[in-house]
Design a protein around this ligand. Structure first.
Ligand code: NAD
Ligand code: DAU
Length: 347
Protein backbone atom coordinates (compact mmCIF):
# COMPACT_ATOMS: atom_id res chain seq x y z
CA UNK A 1 0.00 0.00 0.00
CA UNK A 2 1.34 3.43 -0.95
CA UNK A 3 1.02 5.89 1.93
CA UNK A 4 1.78 9.59 1.70
CA UNK A 5 3.23 11.25 4.79
CA UNK A 6 3.57 15.02 4.44
CA UNK A 7 6.04 17.08 6.47
CA UNK A 8 8.14 13.98 7.12
CA UNK A 9 11.43 15.89 7.27
CA UNK A 10 10.24 17.99 10.22
CA UNK A 11 10.29 17.19 13.92
CA UNK A 12 7.25 14.96 14.47
CA UNK A 13 6.99 13.89 10.82
CA UNK A 14 10.50 12.43 10.78
CA UNK A 15 9.71 10.28 13.83
CA UNK A 16 6.45 9.15 12.17
CA UNK A 17 8.21 8.28 8.90
CA UNK A 18 10.99 6.33 10.67
CA UNK A 19 8.40 4.39 12.69
CA UNK A 20 6.17 3.48 9.72
CA UNK A 21 9.06 2.58 7.38
CA UNK A 22 10.66 0.32 9.99
CA UNK A 23 7.58 -1.28 11.51
CA UNK A 24 5.54 -1.83 8.34
CA UNK A 25 7.66 -3.17 5.46
CA UNK A 26 4.46 -3.92 3.49
CA UNK A 27 3.72 -0.19 3.25
CA UNK A 28 5.60 2.02 0.83
CA UNK A 29 6.05 5.37 2.53
CA UNK A 30 6.30 8.49 0.35
CA UNK A 31 7.56 11.43 2.35
CA UNK A 32 6.52 14.74 0.76
CA UNK A 33 8.31 17.75 2.21
CA UNK A 34 9.23 21.19 0.86
CA UNK A 35 12.32 21.32 3.10
CA UNK A 36 11.53 24.73 4.54
CA UNK A 37 13.81 26.01 7.33
CA UNK A 38 12.11 23.39 9.58
CA UNK A 39 12.65 20.37 7.32
CA UNK A 40 15.92 18.48 7.50
CA UNK A 41 16.87 15.26 5.69
CA UNK A 42 19.50 14.59 8.37
CA UNK A 43 16.54 13.55 10.55
CA UNK A 44 15.93 10.58 8.23
CA UNK A 45 19.43 9.22 7.67
CA UNK A 46 18.71 5.91 9.41
CA UNK A 47 15.98 4.91 6.92
CA UNK A 48 16.92 6.78 3.74
CA UNK A 49 18.12 3.58 1.97
CA UNK A 50 15.16 1.37 2.88
CA UNK A 51 13.39 -0.14 -0.15
CA UNK A 52 9.93 0.85 1.14
CA UNK A 53 10.84 4.56 1.48
CA UNK A 54 10.84 7.38 -1.08
CA UNK A 55 11.50 11.05 -0.40
CA UNK A 56 9.75 13.58 -2.64
CA UNK A 57 10.75 17.23 -2.43
CA UNK A 58 7.73 19.37 -3.17
CA UNK A 59 5.32 21.97 -1.91
CA UNK A 60 1.72 21.24 -0.92
CA UNK A 61 0.88 24.76 -2.12
CA UNK A 62 1.69 23.71 -5.71
CA UNK A 63 -1.63 22.40 -7.11
CA UNK A 64 -0.45 20.78 -10.40
CA UNK A 65 2.45 19.12 -8.59
CA UNK A 66 0.18 17.73 -5.86
CA UNK A 67 -2.37 16.42 -8.38
CA UNK A 68 0.33 14.73 -10.49
CA UNK A 69 1.83 13.10 -7.42
CA UNK A 70 -1.51 11.58 -6.36
CA UNK A 71 -2.18 10.33 -9.90
CA UNK A 72 1.29 8.81 -10.15
CA UNK A 73 1.39 6.95 -6.83
CA UNK A 74 -2.35 6.51 -6.10
CA UNK A 75 -1.92 6.89 -2.30
CA UNK A 76 -4.55 4.90 -0.43
CA UNK A 77 -3.83 6.79 2.75
CA UNK A 78 -2.44 10.18 3.73
CA UNK A 79 -0.97 11.17 7.09
CA UNK A 80 -0.76 14.93 6.85
CA UNK A 81 1.73 16.75 9.08
CA UNK A 82 3.23 19.39 6.76
CA UNK A 83 2.56 22.81 8.24
CA UNK A 84 4.00 26.08 9.36
CA UNK A 85 4.13 25.23 13.05
CA UNK A 86 5.63 28.06 15.12
CA UNK A 87 3.26 30.49 16.88
CA UNK A 88 5.81 33.36 17.02
CA UNK A 89 6.37 33.18 13.25
CA UNK A 90 2.59 33.27 12.70
CA UNK A 91 2.49 36.59 14.54
CA UNK A 92 5.04 38.15 12.17
CA UNK A 93 3.82 36.45 8.97
CA UNK A 94 0.23 35.13 9.18
CA UNK A 95 -0.13 34.70 5.40
CA UNK A 96 2.45 31.92 5.24
CA UNK A 97 0.27 29.97 7.70
CA UNK A 98 -2.90 30.42 5.64
CA UNK A 99 -1.06 29.45 2.46
CA UNK A 100 0.44 26.19 3.74
CA UNK A 101 -1.91 25.15 6.53
CA UNK A 102 -5.24 26.05 4.93
CA UNK A 103 -4.68 26.19 1.16
CA UNK A 104 -2.02 23.44 1.18
CA UNK A 105 -4.30 21.13 3.17
CA UNK A 106 -7.18 21.86 0.80
CA UNK A 107 -4.97 21.00 -2.19
CA UNK A 108 -4.28 17.58 -0.64
CA UNK A 109 -7.97 17.06 0.11
CA UNK A 110 -8.93 17.95 -3.49
CA UNK A 111 -6.33 15.58 -4.95
CA UNK A 112 -7.36 12.72 -2.63
CA UNK A 113 -11.03 13.34 -3.36
CA UNK A 114 -10.51 13.42 -7.12
CA UNK A 115 -8.63 10.14 -7.03
CA UNK A 116 -10.97 8.09 -4.83
CA UNK A 117 -14.42 9.71 -4.79
CA UNK A 118 -15.81 6.82 -6.89
CA UNK A 119 -14.72 4.35 -4.22
CA UNK A 120 -13.46 5.41 -0.81
CA UNK A 121 -13.34 1.82 0.56
CA UNK A 122 -10.13 1.12 2.47
CA UNK A 123 -8.87 4.71 2.07
CA UNK A 124 -8.22 7.32 4.73
CA UNK A 125 -7.08 10.92 5.06
CA UNK A 126 -5.55 11.39 8.52
CA UNK A 127 -4.95 15.01 9.52
CA UNK A 128 -2.56 15.82 12.37
CA UNK A 129 -3.70 18.86 14.31
CA UNK A 130 -3.09 20.66 17.54
CA UNK A 131 -4.80 21.39 20.86
CA UNK A 132 -4.31 25.11 20.14
CA UNK A 133 -7.52 25.08 18.04
CA UNK A 134 -9.45 25.01 21.34
CA UNK A 135 -7.97 28.30 22.57
CA UNK A 136 -6.86 28.90 26.12
CA UNK A 137 -7.99 27.35 29.42
CA UNK A 138 -8.35 29.02 32.80
CA UNK A 139 -6.88 27.46 35.94
CA UNK A 140 -9.11 24.38 35.69
CA UNK A 141 -10.71 22.21 33.01
CA UNK A 142 -9.41 20.17 30.11
CA UNK A 143 -9.88 20.18 26.33
CA UNK A 144 -12.16 17.34 25.20
CA UNK A 145 -13.08 16.44 21.63
CA UNK A 146 -16.33 18.34 22.21
CA UNK A 147 -14.71 21.63 23.31
CA UNK A 148 -15.69 24.45 20.94
CA UNK A 149 -13.00 25.81 18.68
CA UNK A 150 -11.66 29.18 19.83
CA UNK A 151 -8.23 29.67 18.20
CA UNK A 152 -6.26 32.68 19.40
CA UNK A 153 -3.10 32.96 17.29
CA UNK A 154 -2.84 33.05 13.49
CA UNK A 155 -1.17 29.61 13.71
CA UNK A 156 -4.04 28.19 15.76
CA UNK A 157 -6.63 29.82 13.47
CA UNK A 158 -4.97 28.32 10.39
CA UNK A 159 -4.93 24.84 11.99
CA UNK A 160 -8.57 25.26 13.04
CA UNK A 161 -9.49 26.22 9.47
CA UNK A 162 -7.65 23.17 8.13
CA UNK A 163 -9.53 20.91 10.57
CA UNK A 164 -12.81 22.42 9.35
CA UNK A 165 -11.81 21.81 5.72
CA UNK A 166 -11.05 18.15 6.47
CA UNK A 167 -14.42 17.65 8.20
CA UNK A 168 -16.21 19.47 5.38
CA UNK A 169 -14.77 16.99 2.85
CA UNK A 170 -16.02 14.16 5.06
CA UNK A 171 -19.47 15.68 5.26
CA UNK A 172 -19.76 16.87 1.67
CA UNK A 173 -18.01 14.12 -0.30
CA UNK A 174 -18.07 11.20 2.15
CA UNK A 175 -14.28 11.27 2.40
CA UNK A 176 -13.05 8.92 5.16
CA UNK A 177 -10.97 11.10 7.47
CA UNK A 178 -9.53 11.11 10.97
CA UNK A 179 -8.19 14.04 12.98
CA UNK A 180 -6.07 14.09 16.10
CA UNK A 181 -5.38 17.18 18.21
CA UNK A 182 -2.24 16.85 20.25
CA UNK A 183 -0.58 18.85 23.02
CA UNK A 184 3.03 20.14 23.05
CA UNK A 185 5.57 17.61 21.82
CA UNK A 186 9.24 17.49 22.79
CA UNK A 187 12.15 15.22 21.97
CA UNK A 188 15.08 14.80 19.55
CA UNK A 189 15.13 16.66 16.22
CA UNK A 190 12.86 19.54 17.27
CA UNK A 191 13.90 22.82 15.66
CA UNK A 192 15.48 25.18 18.23
CA UNK A 193 12.83 27.87 17.89
CA UNK A 194 10.49 25.94 20.24
CA UNK A 195 10.93 26.33 23.99
CA UNK A 196 12.79 23.16 25.02
CA UNK A 197 15.38 22.85 22.21
CA UNK A 198 15.88 26.63 22.13
CA UNK A 199 16.69 26.71 25.83
CA UNK A 200 18.98 23.63 25.63
CA UNK A 201 20.87 25.34 22.80
CA UNK A 202 21.10 28.62 24.72
CA UNK A 203 22.30 26.98 27.94
CA UNK A 204 25.01 25.10 26.04
CA UNK A 205 26.16 28.37 24.53
CA UNK A 206 25.66 30.53 27.66
CA UNK A 207 23.03 32.66 25.91
CA UNK A 208 20.21 34.26 27.92
CA UNK A 209 16.93 32.31 28.30
CA UNK A 210 14.08 34.59 27.16
CA UNK A 211 11.03 33.69 29.31
CA UNK A 212 7.89 35.36 27.97
CA UNK A 213 5.82 37.38 30.47
CA UNK A 214 5.80 36.02 34.01
CA UNK A 215 6.58 32.43 32.97
CA UNK A 216 3.32 31.20 34.56
CA UNK A 217 1.90 29.87 31.28
CA UNK A 218 1.09 26.17 31.32
CA UNK A 219 1.59 23.49 28.66
CA UNK A 220 0.87 19.75 28.61
CA UNK A 221 4.05 18.01 27.38
CA UNK A 222 4.20 14.72 25.48
CA UNK A 223 7.34 12.88 24.38
CA UNK A 224 7.38 12.70 20.58
CA UNK A 225 7.51 8.88 20.32
CA UNK A 226 4.34 8.67 22.42
CA UNK A 227 2.66 10.93 19.85
CA UNK A 228 3.96 8.61 17.11
CA UNK A 229 2.42 5.60 18.87
CA UNK A 230 -0.86 7.51 19.14
CA UNK A 231 -0.73 8.25 15.39
CA UNK A 232 -0.04 4.58 14.61
CA UNK A 233 -2.93 3.54 16.87
CA UNK A 234 -5.39 6.03 15.38
CA UNK A 235 -4.29 5.20 11.83
CA UNK A 236 -4.89 1.47 12.35
CA UNK A 237 -7.64 1.31 14.98
CA UNK A 238 -9.34 4.73 14.99
CA UNK A 239 -12.86 5.12 13.60
CA UNK A 240 -13.44 7.01 10.35
CA UNK A 241 -14.89 10.48 10.85
CA UNK A 242 -13.66 10.66 14.45
CA UNK A 243 -11.44 13.08 16.32
CA UNK A 244 -9.03 12.01 19.06
CA UNK A 245 -7.34 14.29 21.57
CA UNK A 246 -3.79 13.24 22.46
CA UNK A 247 -1.93 14.60 25.48
CA UNK A 248 0.76 13.90 28.00
CA UNK A 249 -1.31 14.19 31.21
CA UNK A 250 1.69 16.25 32.15
CA UNK A 251 1.18 19.96 32.88
CA UNK A 252 4.07 22.27 33.66
CA UNK A 253 4.30 26.02 34.06
CA UNK A 254 7.04 27.30 31.77
CA UNK A 255 9.14 28.58 34.65
CA UNK A 256 9.06 25.26 36.56
CA UNK A 257 9.97 23.39 33.39
CA UNK A 258 12.83 25.80 32.69
CA UNK A 259 14.22 25.30 36.20
CA UNK A 260 14.07 21.51 35.76
CA UNK A 261 15.87 21.85 32.43
CA UNK A 262 18.52 24.10 34.01
CA UNK A 263 19.10 21.56 36.84
CA UNK A 264 19.47 18.68 34.34
CA UNK A 265 21.91 20.66 32.20
CA UNK A 266 23.99 21.75 35.20
CA UNK A 267 24.35 18.07 36.16
CA UNK A 268 25.05 16.78 32.64
CA UNK A 269 27.52 19.57 31.81
CA UNK A 270 29.23 19.27 35.22
CA UNK A 271 28.50 22.88 36.07
CA UNK A 272 27.90 24.10 39.66
CA UNK A 273 24.22 23.94 40.69
CA UNK A 274 22.42 27.17 39.73
CA UNK A 275 24.73 28.12 36.83
CA UNK A 276 22.18 27.67 34.01
CA UNK A 277 19.33 29.32 35.95
CA UNK A 278 21.40 32.53 36.08
CA UNK A 279 20.69 32.86 32.33
CA UNK A 280 16.92 33.26 32.89
CA UNK A 281 15.57 36.65 31.72
CA UNK A 282 11.91 37.66 31.80
CA UNK A 283 11.17 39.37 28.48
CA UNK A 284 8.20 41.02 26.76
CA UNK A 285 5.27 38.62 26.52
CA UNK A 286 4.16 36.88 23.32
CA UNK A 287 1.21 38.81 21.79
CA UNK A 288 -2.08 37.06 22.57
CA UNK A 289 -0.24 34.41 24.63
CA UNK A 290 -2.52 31.44 25.51
CA UNK A 291 -2.52 30.92 29.28
CA UNK A 292 -2.99 27.18 29.59
CA UNK A 293 -3.43 24.08 27.43
CA UNK A 294 -4.36 20.68 28.89
CA UNK A 295 -5.80 17.65 27.17
CA UNK A 296 -8.42 15.18 28.31
CA UNK A 297 -7.10 12.04 26.59
CA UNK A 298 -9.72 9.69 28.03
CA UNK A 299 -11.31 8.93 24.64
CA UNK A 300 -8.15 7.55 23.03
CA UNK A 301 -7.26 5.77 26.27
CA UNK A 302 -10.65 4.09 26.65
CA UNK A 303 -11.44 3.37 23.00
CA UNK A 304 -8.01 2.65 21.52
CA UNK A 305 -6.00 1.65 24.60
CA UNK A 306 -3.28 4.29 24.11
CA UNK A 307 -1.50 6.06 26.92
CA UNK A 308 1.88 7.80 27.23
CA UNK A 309 4.78 5.43 27.96
CA UNK A 310 7.57 7.92 28.70
CA UNK A 311 7.62 9.89 31.96
CA UNK A 312 8.56 13.57 31.73
CA UNK A 313 11.81 13.21 33.73
CA UNK A 314 12.89 10.33 31.49
CA UNK A 315 11.80 12.08 28.26
CA UNK A 316 13.47 15.35 29.18
CA UNK A 317 16.68 13.57 30.14
CA UNK A 318 16.70 11.62 26.83
CA UNK A 319 16.04 14.86 24.94
CA UNK A 320 18.87 16.74 26.66
CA UNK A 321 21.24 13.80 26.04
CA UNK A 322 20.28 13.72 22.36
CA UNK A 323 21.06 17.44 21.89
CA UNK A 324 24.35 17.12 23.78
CA UNK A 325 25.35 14.15 21.62
CA UNK A 326 24.26 15.75 18.34
CA UNK A 327 26.09 19.05 18.42
CA UNK A 328 26.67 18.95 14.66
CA UNK A 329 22.89 18.68 14.01
CA UNK A 330 22.30 21.68 16.23
CA UNK A 331 25.20 23.57 14.67
CA UNK A 332 23.91 22.91 11.13
CA UNK A 333 20.39 24.12 11.82
CA UNK A 334 21.46 27.19 13.81
CA UNK A 335 23.83 28.62 11.21
CA UNK A 336 23.00 31.30 8.61
CA UNK A 337 19.28 32.07 8.38
CA UNK A 338 18.68 31.00 11.99
CA UNK A 339 21.02 33.76 13.21
CA UNK A 340 18.93 36.37 11.38
CA UNK A 341 15.70 34.92 12.82
CA UNK A 342 17.17 34.99 16.33
CA UNK A 343 18.32 38.62 16.03
CA UNK A 344 14.93 39.73 14.69
CA UNK A 345 12.98 37.76 17.30
CA UNK A 346 15.03 38.34 20.46
CA UNK A 347 17.21 41.36 19.64
P1 NAD B 1 7.90 21.24 11.99
O1 NAD B 1 7.81 22.70 11.76
O2 NAD B 1 9.05 20.67 12.73
O3 NAD B 1 7.86 20.48 10.58
C1 NAD B 1 6.99 20.85 9.55
C2 NAD B 1 7.47 20.17 8.26
O4 NAD B 1 6.57 20.54 7.20
C3 NAD B 1 8.87 20.60 7.82
O5 NAD B 1 9.63 19.47 7.44
C4 NAD B 1 8.61 21.52 6.63
O6 NAD B 1 9.66 21.49 5.66
C5 NAD B 1 7.31 20.92 6.08
N1 NAD B 1 6.55 21.91 5.31
C6 NAD B 1 6.21 23.17 5.71
N2 NAD B 1 5.53 23.79 4.74
C7 NAD B 1 5.42 22.91 3.71
C8 NAD B 1 4.81 22.96 2.42
N3 NAD B 1 4.20 24.07 2.00
N4 NAD B 1 4.85 21.87 1.63
C9 NAD B 1 5.48 20.73 2.06
N5 NAD B 1 6.10 20.64 3.25
C10 NAD B 1 6.06 21.71 4.08
O7 NAD B 1 6.52 20.83 12.67
P2 NAD B 1 6.19 19.76 13.80
O8 NAD B 1 6.38 20.38 15.11
O9 NAD B 1 6.87 18.50 13.48
O10 NAD B 1 4.62 19.60 13.58
C11 NAD B 1 4.12 18.68 12.60
C12 NAD B 1 2.60 18.76 12.60
O11 NAD B 1 2.10 18.42 13.89
C13 NAD B 1 2.05 20.14 12.27
O12 NAD B 1 0.90 19.96 11.47
C14 NAD B 1 1.68 20.73 13.63
O13 NAD B 1 0.63 21.63 13.50
C15 NAD B 1 1.26 19.47 14.38
N6 NAD B 1 1.45 19.53 15.84
C16 NAD B 1 2.67 19.88 16.37
C17 NAD B 1 2.83 19.86 17.76
C18 NAD B 1 4.15 20.22 18.40
O14 NAD B 1 4.22 20.33 19.62
N7 NAD B 1 5.22 20.40 17.66
C19 NAD B 1 1.76 19.50 18.58
C20 NAD B 1 0.54 19.15 18.00
C21 NAD B 1 0.40 19.16 16.63
O1 DAU C 1 0.10 22.77 21.89
C1 DAU C 1 0.61 22.27 20.69
C2 DAU C 1 1.48 23.32 20.04
O2 DAU C 1 2.66 23.42 20.84
C3 DAU C 1 1.83 22.99 18.61
O3 DAU C 1 0.67 22.98 17.83
C4 DAU C 1 2.82 24.02 18.04
O4 DAU C 1 3.21 23.65 16.74
C5 DAU C 1 4.03 24.06 18.95
O5 DAU C 1 4.91 25.06 18.50
C6 DAU C 1 3.63 24.33 20.39
O6 DAU C 1 3.15 25.68 20.57
P1 DAU C 1 3.60 26.58 21.84
O7 DAU C 1 3.44 27.99 21.48
O8 DAU C 1 2.95 26.10 23.07
O9 DAU C 1 5.16 26.15 21.90
P2 DAU C 1 6.51 26.99 22.13
O10 DAU C 1 7.60 25.98 22.29
O11 DAU C 1 6.69 28.03 21.09
O12 DAU C 1 6.26 27.69 23.52
C7 DAU C 1 5.98 26.95 24.69
C8 DAU C 1 5.75 27.94 25.81
O13 DAU C 1 7.00 28.61 26.11
C9 DAU C 1 4.76 29.05 25.48
O14 DAU C 1 4.02 29.39 26.62
C10 DAU C 1 5.66 30.23 25.08
C11 DAU C 1 6.88 30.03 25.96
N1 DAU C 1 8.16 30.53 25.36
C12 DAU C 1 8.50 30.09 24.12
C13 DAU C 1 9.66 30.54 23.51
C14 DAU C 1 10.03 30.07 22.12
C15 DAU C 1 8.98 31.38 26.08
O15 DAU C 1 8.68 31.76 27.23
N2 DAU C 1 10.13 31.84 25.47
C16 DAU C 1 10.50 31.46 24.21
O16 DAU C 1 11.56 31.92 23.72
Amino acid sequence: MNILITGGAGFIGSHVVKHFVTKYPAYHIYNLDALTYAGNLENLQSISDKPNYTFVKGDIKDIPFVNDLFEKYRFKAVIHLAAESHVDRSITNPNAFIETNVLGTTNLLNAFNKLWKANFDGKQFYHISTDEVYGSLGKTGLFTEKTSYDPQSPYAASKAASDHMVRSFGNTFGMPYKISNCSNNYGPNQFPEKLIPLFIHNIQNSIELPVYGDGQYTRDWLYVTDHVLAIDTIFHKGKKGETYNVGGLNEWTNIDLIHLLCEQLDRKLNKPKGTSAKLIRFVKDRAGHDKRYAIDASKIQAELDWKPQVTFEEGLSKTVDWYLQNLSWLKNVTSGVYQEYYKKMYG
